[in-house]
Structures are given as C-alpha cells and as structure tokens.
Design a protein. Structure first.
Length: 323
C-alpha cells in the first residue's frame, strides 16, 4: 500500500483499524503499530511516491516512477520478507491471542464500515488511473505532480464531494513546511554553504563511486534517524547532484539510489526519523496506547541496522559486483 499511496497516508488508514482489532483481541497495540510503521517506511522506498524524500530525489535527479520500480522494488521485496522474520523474533510474545476473541473478529462484516460504496469505487478507479499515469511517464511525458493533481481534479469532478470539504482536509501546515524548507535550502545554495559541503565531500570521495555510494548510504541512514529524512534529503539533494557531476555523471544514478535507501531505511531508526513515525505515535497517544521514544527506538535501531546492511550488499552486488 505505501508504494502506491505514501507511508503517512498508509499508517493513517491502517492504525485506527489496528487499534480496534487489538482492543477486541485484548492485545497491546504498540508492537503491531511499530511493525506497521517499519513496513510502511520500507515499502514506501520502492516507488517515487511512496516516501516524500523519493519525490525530492526524483525531481532533482530527473528520475521516473519506473526507475524507482526497476532499481529499488526488488530490494524492497526482500527487505519486507526480512522484516517479517525480524518482527517474529522481536514481538514474539505479542503474537499470542485468544481463539474465541479471534473468531468474533472474523465474524465482523467489513462492508458495514463502507459508508459510500460509490465513492469508494470512484476513488479506486482514479487511483488506478493515477498509477497508470506514473508508469506511462515515458510515453505521456507528464510529471508525477501533474498526474496527481489531474487525478485529484478528476475525482472531485466525478464524485459528489464538495470542493470545500476536500480543501478542508488538505494538510496546509505540511505544505507550508515544505515551502519554507525549500526556501531555506535555496538560501543555503545562494550563500555558498552547499558548495562548501559539496567540495569537502568531493575531496574525500573523489571519483570513487563505490566508496561514495557506501558512505552516502551509511551516513544518510545514521543522520536520518536524528533529523527527519525529509529535510535531510532536501539539504543533501543539491550536494548529491554536485557529487554526481564531479564523478562525470555517474552511471545508473547509484549515488541517488544510495541517498534514497539511506534516508528511507534510516527513517526507521528513531521515533522522529520519518513523518509516519510521528503520526503513529500521535495516534497511539490519543487512543491511550502510548508508545515511548525509547520503546520505538530500541526496535527501530535493530531493523535499520539489518536493512541498511542488506541494502549495502544489494548496491554492491547490483552495480559493482556484477560489473
């Protein structure tokens, strides 16, 4: 799901259902919510729209929706399987339930929760068209942002939803945050800060693409756990662009994939590493199932360490080992 929507939207949809099911089963919701955040952040790595940092990277590097699918989706499939094994080990005590309560859950009729079947069908059809628009970018030559806006406009046009209701649901503070963020990054570029950092990294890395990609992936994973991965990638994107240019263009966009993998996977490290983490902790708090910073982080560090090591092996094998 996060590969087609995004990780924040995914947890907003899944978390309330998880809380309800856990309440009916008499289980603590925290392990399940934490596991869902990990899965959404890893799954969102697979596509251009799955995680906000990917959108920033794609716009800066000129990458398409299909590029992300080809280069990152195979790794993400492996990481999701690995996550399932890790969750089985980390949360094994929570995966115990009462069979009678579980039977009652299975008897619930999910269709009763659908208040507007027509709107659901319309939304799904538009979603399919939007994803098709992403995939057909080489043919249509429409940017993902244009496709998404066209999809939103189409859904408003064909449905009975009022425009005012839709606009009321827009995350205006988030959009204002991004606007201010890019103004700040532009200021750093104009004042020469980005050039100074790029020059320092270029002196260290030189034209060694392998060392550069490993350093980029590892450092991005570490820093994204301390700083939210969105502002981190917004800051690093122009620097990465300069490094790629210094390497003579760098084949296969390896440095960009290293940045995406490090930032997206590193977002699992702490409770503040990614927006989805903060959203889920807020939902849990409001539903009296609080998840502490350290409760999340002690599992997040394990998942991040394992997935980043596998990602490094993937980058080496795919872009250097086979060459």
């Amino acid at each position: 799901m996060p590969a087609l929507l995004d990780n924040v939207t995914t947890v907003l949809l899944i978390a309330p259902v998880t809380l309800l099911v856990c309440e009916r089963l008499g289980l603590p919701a925290a392990p399940f919510l934490i596991a869902e955040v990990f899965a959404s952040n890893i799954g969102g790595t697979a596509t251009l729209v799955g995680d906000p940092p990917n959108i920033i990277i794609a716009s800066r590097a000129g990458l398409t929706f299909n590029d992300f699918l080809i280069h990152l989706a195979p790794l993400v499939a492996v990481l999701i399987l690995l996550l399932l094994l890790l969750c089985r080990v980390m949360f094994r005590k929570s995966f115990v339930y009462d069979e009678d309560r579980a039977a009652e859950i299975m008897e619930l009729e999910e269709r009763e929760a659908i208040r507007d079947p027509r709107l659901l069908i319309q939304g799904l059809v538009v979603l399919v068209l939007v994803v098709a628009g992403f995939v057909l970018h080489p043919v249509l030559h429409y940017e993902p942002s244009v496709v998404a806006l066209l999809g939103a406009g189409l859904l408003i046009a064909v449905s009975a939803v009022e425009t005012g209701d839709v606009l009321a649901e827009v995350e205006w503070p988030t959009l204002a945050f991004f606007a201010g963020l890019f103004v700040m990054i532009g200021g750093l570029i104009d004042t020469g800060v980005v050039d100074e950092v790029s020059g320092a990294l270029a002196d260290v890395i030189g034209t060694n693409e392998f060392a550069g990609s490993m350093l980029m992936l590892g450092a991005s994973a570490a820093l994204s756990g301390v700083v939210d991965n969105i502002p981190y990638v917004a800051t690093m994107a122009p620097i990465t662009g300069d490094l790629v240019q210094n390497m003579g263009g760098a084949s296969d966009h390896i440095m960009w994939w290293a940045l995406a993998l490090g930032a997206d996977l590193g977002g699992n490290a702490t409770a503040i590493g990614a927006s989805a983490n903060v959203v889920v902790l807020g939902i849990a708090e409001r539903n009296r199932q609080p998840i502490s910073f350290w409760q999340f982080t002690k599992y997040g560090l394990v998942v991040t360490a394992v997935t980043v090591v596998v990602a490094m092996a993937y980058v080496w094998l795919r872009y250097f080992g086979w060459g």
